[in-house]
Ligand binder design. Sequence first.
Ligand code: SF4
Length: 370
Amino acid sequence: MRGDWDWNNWKAQFRNRIQTVEALKEIIQLSPEEERAIKKSEGLYRWAVTPYYASLMDPTDSNCPIRLQALPTVDELMPNMYSDVDPVGDMKYRKTNRIVHKYADRIVMLVTEQCSVYCRHCTRKYHTTDVNGTYFEKQEAESFEEDFKYIAEHPEIRDVLLTGGDPLTYSDDRLEHIISHLRSIPHVEIIRIGTRYPVLLPQRITKEFCEMLEKYHPVWLNTHFNHPKEITEESAKACNLLLKHGVPVQNQSVLLKGINDDLETMKALLHGLLKIRVRPYYLYHCDNVTGVSHFMTPLEKGIEILRGLVGHTTGFAVPTYVVTTINGKIPISLDTIVEYSEKGLTLLSYEGKETFIPYLRPQGAVSSKT
Ligand code: SF4
């Protein structure tokens, strides 16, 4: 697979992405079902895989979690009557060509439709992977002036998340143009970047890129590892470089049927993330997005995994399990209150033991009125 180009050069990796059955067959034993799905999805859904991400694929197992995330399957072509192209309401809350303003003090800026790999489970599948889909009212190439103006005119916006598609598909210069503008708006306190490049093409995280980000702190980066196989020497190096330049790296996984919907895999993923100093942040319940429904698990599955984590491993290894809805993200937590009474609360420990906590002031506490 490694041709006469520089494997460690992200632009060369991007240029040499695998986008044909023939190229894929040089790397893995494509099953007849996979080949049929790729052909059937032509003209409907995009697919592309970086040589790096393809190198993580099991060459013989079509249920490999990397293959399932990157290659079309016939399941995504099956209609689901309850699915929606935009279940989280990006279009409902869109204010400009790029800005989604759903929460009072923060916005999402959809920078691009392009990604290095088109993840089959993408929440914005219509935006990124559907051949005919886009969220942009105008063109992606439209000037950013209208978006910057909107932010400047809304002093309540203190947090801007750049996402897409994957913003790191843009060159450092284009990104710096956006980030420097945001940083010049006095009420923008933090800039966040949502990107899967550390997982799909970690060579994108260069020293030059990190040095550029460092000029505009505080900049945070949220990435998206879903399976322990994705934690490699290269992805660890990318995260380490970001951390060295003061960029906190957090992870948002999606609970995906057949990929990470079992406790053992989830634990291995979370522990692997801690080892590379990436903080598990969210575990998203898989949205019922058109073309993604086959990855959904019952909510009970997420709760079962949460029960296996809380108290059984490092507290900060446990992500917040959330459902994204048209009304915002809703966290699902374990119900630990067994009973409210006049005298106190009965709580449930992680081992199922009930503990009574009285509503008493600590010894020596005095009323604020005295
Ligand atoms: S990289 Fe992110 S935005 Fe792009 S397809 Fe994957 S999940 Fe969607």
